[in-house]
Design a protein around this ligand. Sequence first.
Ligand code: 6PG
Length: 401
Amino acid sequence: MGQNLVLNVESRGFQVSVYNRTTSAMTDFVAKHPDKKLVGEETLEGFVSSLASPRKVMIMVKAGGPVDAVIESLLPLLDKGDIIIDGGNSLYTDTERRDKWLGDLGFRFIGAGVSGGEEGARKGPSIMPGGPVSTWDVMKPIFESISAKVEGEPCVTHIGTGGAGHYVKMIHNGIEYGDMQLICEAYSIFKKAGFTPAELAKVFTDWNEGDLESYLIQITAKIFEQNDPETGDALVNKILDTAGQKGTGRWTLINAVENAVVISTINAAVEARILSSMKEKRVDASKILTGPDVEISIEKAELVKKVHDALFASKIISYAQGLDLIASMGEEKNWGLDLGKIAAIWRGGCIIRARFLNDITDAYRTDAKLSNLMLAPFFTKLLTEFQQNWREVVSIASLAG
Ligand code: 6PG
């Protein structure tokens, strides 16, 4: 992501210097892009002195200790007023600590969540920066030019002070976990009902042309179209049903419990991911713990409609829960969060971008004090309309084990 962000920034007419602890990573990167105006520096000293004042140094390293280590090595080289930006998935409490630490020393600090993966970083990510407004004002032209745009609006806004940016990125990731789990559960029901991957590619492609249009539905459709080159079988049948996690989903859950906010969909997603990682134990247990084998015998087109409604309703609940948590923490921390602006910058660039984020944005723009997304008339109507099918799908899934 770091390399692609550099290419993105450079392509907007800014000069970028690059440094990596492993010199060959930097030289290989610079050599690979001879047409770009990149200043490759082998030492941190050279890197810092190549920058114009006030310096803007963006760090893209693993969350936790590595961020502190890079900051510590930078500090003796920087001048007061220089800006450090942490663009990784840092825990917001670490960001709050760094904000105070660096602020007390006279440096400026931005903790910015950046979403969109490697591709988004190159083409335009969604950026969630937190920190002092005066520092945001300095960074704004760069962030706005490199971010994704939706209807001409840049997918970046000043989220709030301190750790607000990384906090909102954490919840974004929690919602991402929920979306992925909902897609997995829809797939699981369809698989049990005898749908082939080719049929599923069609279902998800159709969904992506309607109200469920989103990045994750779109790439899921593409996954169903892939064949395993070795066996010719659908690739999805060859993928081990086990996944790791870097931590943001779990942090979201811990924070929700601490705030007594219910995020049951994200909770279930995080737990499902933990269970998925216990592959060997699950295989062993499946030989001992058995249950009735119930078929799903509902007509396919009807099931597609029902699962669509269940998936969409669950998605609304998941986003409502995530936004509820953001609102509650925002109040507690006095971050002055604007849910309409947050929803708006998630409409493009990020992993959870989806057509219905336009409706979420509208809901909060119409009523900034909305107590819960489910109570916005647009969503109340959908939840009412979907509820019968939603309940049926939950029953079908339970009965089918
Ligand atoms: C993004 C993603 C990205 C990534 C996370 C989560 O917004 O670009 O959220 O940050 O998916 O690193 O990783 P895990 O799912 O492994 O926790």
